[in-house]
Design a protein around this ligand. Structure first.
Ligand SMILES: NC(=O)c1ccc[n+]([C@@H]2O[C@H](COP(=O)([O-])OP(=O)(O)OC[C@H]3O[C@@H](n4cnc5c(N)ncnc54)[C@H](O)[C@@H]3O)[C@@H](O)[C@H]2O)c1
Ligand SMILES: [Zn+2]
Ligand SMILES: [Zn+2]
Length: 361
């Protein structure tokens, strides 16, 4: 039997989000209904609302979530009713060309629910990143559920489902930050601070946090930044060089995703170093630069989709590190809010008051 729950949708570019009735259909054979317990507000939700991802409105927003499996489809074997899960947006298919080549973290055909959630008038919703978890319940594919230790606080664990995993993975998986590396992170929101935490876990010796908001720089220090640069007042490239014996950092992570920050990452990097773009640009952004600079500086220019993570491999490990006190995941949660406060949380994100606002039930 389908059921009706509350969910937060974006109807049109720039229009404030609304809490409306959302119809959850019966799960298909490999689908699962999850009762959501927490869902963080990620900048990507705002990108959806601003039309920066695609124009498949209306969107059911929310994708950094944890909850409990409530109903399972007839063929589900991966999880069972009552399991505590973090939702992921890389449910590897096992069959696409990336999976077949042994690179499942790139999976080009990640599994999603076989049915659409709708408005009560039948209008199909596009769930953000195939999840849509600013809702009392959501419908996902069984592979989108990663079981983790039920002792973990949902508000904290759910953040692994997107921004925190993307940031840690950008450093550890994509950037391959290793012991003794120098690292710079541009943009210290949830994703950038997670990259800082990841660089610390990996043994980086210098971690430079760059933001234009002094509050963000103070928080970045708590996650392991050894130096801070105020991008609103200082020359970012010159400061990175100064702090790395004049050379530039081995790995520079752009967790903003704008042409100017990417260029800072590019020029703030040592010869043969690595640039990791984890912030998401919008389709109108372009970049122009001398091709000779790309050649003569060498190294790797990479993008990080979801931190090149494998949820089944990485989420449980990060929960263990958190529980051992080696990864301060709880510090990402600035405030716990209600479902009808998502619009206000967007404003708070915009004005820099929060790292993560998390909707809790
Ligand atoms: N690649 C992925 O898989 C993935 C996953 C999640 C989020 N993201 C993207 O990562 C980006 C960051 O997300 P978030 O949730 O941390 O956002 P956020 O808004 O919390 O943080 C962005 C930070 O960048 C800072 N900033 C903005 N412009 C700057 C500039 N010119 N110089 C220096 N700092 C600047 C802001 O002050 C803020 O602290 C977004 O683009 C988001 O869509 C990517
Ligand atoms: Zn695949
Ligand atoms: Zn996200």
């Amino acid at each position: 039997m389908s059921e009706t729950v509350r969910g937060v949708i974006a109807r049109a570019i720039g229009a404030p989000v609304e809490v409306v009735d959302v119809v959850i259909p019966d799960p298909g054979p490999h689908d699962v209904v999850v009762r959501v317990q927490s869902c963080g507000v990620c900048h990507t939700d705002l990108h959806y609302r601003e039309g920066g991802i695609n124009d498949e409105f209306p969107f059911l927003l929310g994708h950094e979530a944890a909850g409990v499996v409530e109903t399972v489809g007839a063929a589900v074997t991966h999880v069972a009713t009552g399991d505590f899960v973090v939702l992921n947006w890389r449910a590897v298919c096992g069959e696409c060309r990336a999976c077949r080549r042994g690179r499942p973290w790139y999976c080009f055909a990640s599994n999603n629910a076989s049915k659409k959630m709708t408005l009560t008038d039948g209008t199909e919703l596009s769930p953000a990143l195939g999840i849509g978890a600013f809702a009392d319940k959501t419908l996902v594919h069984e592979g989108q559920c990663t079981k983790i230790d039920p002792e973990a606080d949902p508000a904290v664990a759910g953040l692994l489902g997107c921004g925190v995993m993307a940031g840690i993975g950008a450093a550890v998986n994509t950037g391959n930050v290793s012991r003794g590396d120098t690292v710079a992170v541009i943009g210290c929101g949830g994703v950038g601070d997670a990259a800082i935490a990841g660089a610390r876990l990996a043994g980086a010796r210098t971690i430079i946090a760059i933001d234009r908001d002094p509050r963000k720089l103070a928080w970045a220090t708590d996650f392991g930044a050894t130096h801070t640069v105020d991008a609103s007042a200082e020359d970012v490239v010159a400061r990175i060089q100064e702090l790395t014996d004049g050379f530039g950092a081995d790995v520079v992570i752009d967790a903003v995703g704008r042409p100017e920050t990417w260029k800072q990452a590019f020029y703030g990097r040592d010869l043969a170093g690595t640039v990791v773009l984890v912030g998401v640009p919008t389709p109108d952004m372009t970049i122009e630069m001398p091709l000779i600079d790309l050649f003569s500086r060498g190294g790797a220019l990479k993008s990080s989709w979801y931190g090149d993570c494998l949820p089944e491999r990485d989420f449980p490990v990060l929960v263990d590190l958190y529980r051992q006190g080696r990864l301060p995941l709880d510090r990402f949660v600035t405030e716990r809010i209600a479902l009808d406060e998502v619009e206000r949380a967007f404003t708070a994100m915009h004005t820099g008051e929060v790292l993560r606002s998390v909707v809790v039930w």
